[in-house]
Design a protein around this ligand. Sequence first.
Ligand code: XCC
Ligand code: SF4
Length: 632
Amino acid sequence: MSNEILNYDKVAEASLAKAKRDGAETMWDRKAAQKTQCGFGEAGVCCRICAMGPCRVSPVPGKGAERGICGANADTIVARNFARMIAGGASAHSDHARDIVHAMHATKAEGPFKIRDEAKLRRISAEWGIEGADTKETYALAHELAEMALGEFGKPFGTQRFLKRAPQARQDVWEREDIAPRAIDMEVTTLMHSTHMGCASDYESIFRRGMRTGMADGWGGSMIGTEFSDILYGTPTAKASSSNLGVIDKDQVNILIHGHDPNLAEMIVLAAENPEFIEMAKAKGAKGINIVGMCCTGNEMTMRHGIKIAGNFYQQEMCIITGAIEAVVVDVQCIFPALPALAKKYHTRFISTSEKAKIAGDMFIKFSEATGLDNANEIIKIAVENFPNRDASKVEIPDIKQDTLVGYSVEAIIDHLDKVVNTNTSDAMGTVKPLTDVIYAGVIRGAAGVVGCNNPKVEHDYAHVTVLKELIKRDVICVVTGCAAQAAAKAGLLTLEAKEMCGRGLKEVCERVNIPPVLHMGSCVDISRILHLVNLCADVKGIDPALLPVVGIAPEWMSEKAVAIANYVVGSGINTYLGIIPQVLGSPNFTKLMTEDCQEFLGAHFVFEKDPLVMVDKIMVDLEDKRTALGI
Ligand code: XCC
Ligand code: SF4
């Protein structure tokens, strides 16, 4: 369990020492048991998509088998494996979005699922061309819009409706290159078909089809997920929260919500406010009920309710190891199957709730739109009743927490910008123009979206925090989502005081607009907020977003969803820097296509760079080149 990767994080050190004392297994023990990871898999050249295989071809040309039994070479095998990761990621985000849309279809005025941002409901309805968007009865309109959204998943003709948010120049690229995504399910299905045994072998064609499926995620599933969640649960506004394991309170019933879909988490938060449960908790000897969040569920709930963030992806086991969690409640994605067994080492109950992600080992309570609040009530009751089972001798909560600001939706950012628009000028309110202006003026050199997971291949949070600190020092404003956002929160970068770590220009902007230099924009589906923001900025100048000094960065990514994201970000014209090298190096052709050649037809490319400091150097050259090309 001793691992130099963890040296960066003192919380982790203490937590893993405790795990050892408690005889609890963690990801580090399992990583050690994996010994050296498979070199063929790492290079992407292992194929097992038909039963003649598995076939593995040589990752080094000229050495060993060059083709699988069917004749597929490294280019084909790498491209297919990569494409199937995109399909997996796009389906995860999009199926999450579908559940949100179903919840919207089930809304009624008396709740618990109801419309909380009616203005946004009407805005999106108008954007999608619904007649009477401003006059129709709220719930009739919500149901109509929800049905229309369900069509985005399976409609037989046409492309995604949100694509129209991009400037015409970018839409033209999509049209020309045939990567404007059609129905979401169609893109995923077609890609699975294309990569079936004996189908596409042309690696460039597979790359392009993969790109279109990624685009169906970003401009389809993820954007629907974000916008419809806002309509249902409210558009986030800037607010204070707190982060790291220290937010777990030893005197309260602690419930950890973990996963992605806000439907479940919203009901839990609503149920926990019930005074009956608080009384019940007090009767059991607790001071109250403390809901803490993790991963993207944590982001969704902190953005809308200020719920405290217990940690990011790699801390999911550490939360349980504190010995102070009464229940872990999960829905879908990024949940270690190891958690129920770990929970059993303590008094913690592990409750899975989604039939799509039934996790074996403890309890399953099926969550549905019809019974959502009842399910949440049952879960809270289980947690409260479990409080007396806590073993005080096993409780050890690291005394580390960090205040943080969260909730910067596009609307919240515009709101902040509006406050500095000089009313004497002709500048319009309600736009991102002031942001574009400071970028063009060179006060800030550019913008970066830093997103993604943790990965035990690198020091946890180190790459996230290093990249962010170095960028703000160089006057690059940053927006964050997902587990990167939580890394930033824990490092104190999401505070007004963080302006002291910035270059002069960015510091001035932070002071004037009263924002942190790193803005928390939400969960991973909320990368669609970043897309929207960048496209609004490009729109101000009437240019293709590919020309803006803007980059996407995933320093520590691990999931298929991250692969889908990287694709749609590149497809949207934004160079994307990956700190973990994707499993493609076994095909030099495919690697070159990703890192160089696609620049020509997409106006953006991928950059692989493991060293965060070198990455920042490359990013600065990239941003300055863009500035020079724009003549700014
Ligand atoms: Fe999961 Fe979304 Fe990655 Fe974190 S950042 S580990 S995907 S929770 Ni999305
Ligand atoms: Fe082997 Fe071809 Fe089957 Fe892949 S598809 S497992 S390369 S025979």
